[in-house]
Write a protein that binds this ligand. Structure first.
Ligand code: GTR
Length: 396
């Protein structure tokens, strides 16, 4: 009986959520003409042509605008950090690799935050191994307990010679409207909570991935120069923000990150800025509310976040049934951003201009994209393509 009531409540919740999603635009003919800020004209009106202009002027000013108006600050100061390695009693992946948990302890102004980082390294060959780090908003213990799980496809990653690492955002900033400050915001950076452009959930998760990279840099089994940061959906928004700010990541991967991630905000297709700020007020900094219903006034768009990753490698993935995340907007963003590789760094990429709404894959030098069949999720098919992309980048 209790089970039935719970089931009913769950379904009512789910159907009202689905109904709420129906109120948004999915009609391409109602999408405004694509007029987005120019990648290569600075806020002062200077024309950006060289690597020096790009790295010295444009990229930093755009990233600081994103920090002040959207994602919030990414403080990088702390007093010290410690790493404590533990070998778990059970390793369900014994056949494929070794398993350890590293407790990352970060200290600042008398506060401390402990983040468990789970790392699997391949059995075959010797390290140092290239590594994939997943920013997970799903419970990591459950992902690891289920050997068949695809969201964090440990078996596939290990079999292809990569290390697989993951942390649960719960230990950095819980993915919860009420509790999001119960992590680094309370323990390490309380002053950020008072700031209108202060750190919130997504920046905190990006910060967590950076601390994992700090650990990789001193583990002899990991090759930190061959590291990919991956996130799905809300995690994909954080992985893009992390990769854009931290050049240590050779590859940045966003899976179905949609609004606030890879998708162009000005298209207002599927999820909108107002809707995301209302449903998830703790993901973005307070200033982002200024743009509710006014996407055209944003001083940037998401293609500029992706462009900030150049010349490093970037991969964007979409799913056909995931209209809420605007697959076409995700692709257009990548396609526009790819100009940076050509015009600034001299690597002409020629990603196709048109967008066919059928499954396709484009992997052109340091830029990759796929649209697969199916729903919003991270599955083995996505990992397979990410691993192939990494092989092309690293030659392994
Ligand atoms: C949705 C949200 C999206 C996306 C997604 C997810 O409810 O509207 O922006 O982040 O959650 O993380 O799966």
């Amino acid at each position: 009986m209790k089970k039935n009531i719970l089931f009913l409540i769950f379904n009512l919740g789910l159907s009202s959520w689905v109904l709420a999603q129906q109120d948004f635009n999915y009609d391409e003919s109602k999408v405004p003409d694509l007029v987005v800020p120019d990648l290569f004209v600075s806020y002062k009106g200077e024309i950006i042509q060289s690597v020096q202009d790009w790295e010295g002027v444009r990229r930093p000013e755009v990233l600081s605008m994103f920090a002040n108006q959207m994602y919030g600050q990414l403080p990088v100061d702390y007093n010290r950090m410690e790493f404590q390695e533990e070998i778990p009693a059970e390793n369900l992946y014994e056949k494929y690799g070794d398993y350890k948990i590293v407790q990352i302890k970060v200290y600042r102004n008398g506060g401390v935050q402990t983040i468990p980082l789970h790392i699997f390294t391949p059995k075959e060959n010797q390290g140092p191994f290239p590594v994939f780090l997943l920013i997970s908003h799903r419970k990591v213990d459950r992902l690891i307990e289920d050997v068949e799980d695809q969201f964090f496809d440990i078996r596939q990653i290990l079999s292809k010679g990569y290390a697989a690492a993951v942390f649960d955002v719960e230990y950095v900033s819980p993915d919860d409207k009420e509790r999001f400050a119960d992590g680094i915001l309370k323990n390490l950076y309380p002053e950020q909570m008072q700031m209108e452009n202060g750190m919130r959930g997504l920046s905190a998760w990006a910060w967590g991935a950076m601390r994992a990279m700090d650990y990789f840099e001193q583990d002899p089994l990991i090759d930190p120069t061959k590291a990919a940061v991956v996130g799905h959906s809300r995690g994909g928004k954080a992985s893009l923000w992390c990769g854009a700010n931290d050049p240590r990541w050779a590859i940045t991967i966003s899976n179905e990150s949609g609004c606030g991630g890879a998708a162009i905000s000005r298209r207002k297709f599927g999820e909108t800025v107002e809707r995301i700020n209302t449903a998830f007020p703790y993901w973005f900094t307070d200033n982002f509310n200024e743009y509710n219903g006014k996407e055209e006034t944003l001083p940037f768009d998401q293609h500029q976040l992706i462009a900030s990753l150049a010349p490093r490698a970037v991969y964007v993935a979409s799913a056909m049934e995931d209209l809420w995340a605007d697959p076409k907007g995700e692709y257009l963003s990548l396609q526009l951003a790819s100009r940076t590789y050509g015009e600034i760094y001299g690597t002409q990429l020629d990603l196709p201009e048109g967008y066919e709404f059928e499954p396709h894959v484009h992997q052109v030098g340091p830029v990759g994209y796929h649209l697969r069949e199916g729903k919003h999720n991270l599955i083995s098919e996505d990992w397979e393509k990410f691993l192939e992309f990494a092989r092309l980048q690293f030659g392994k």
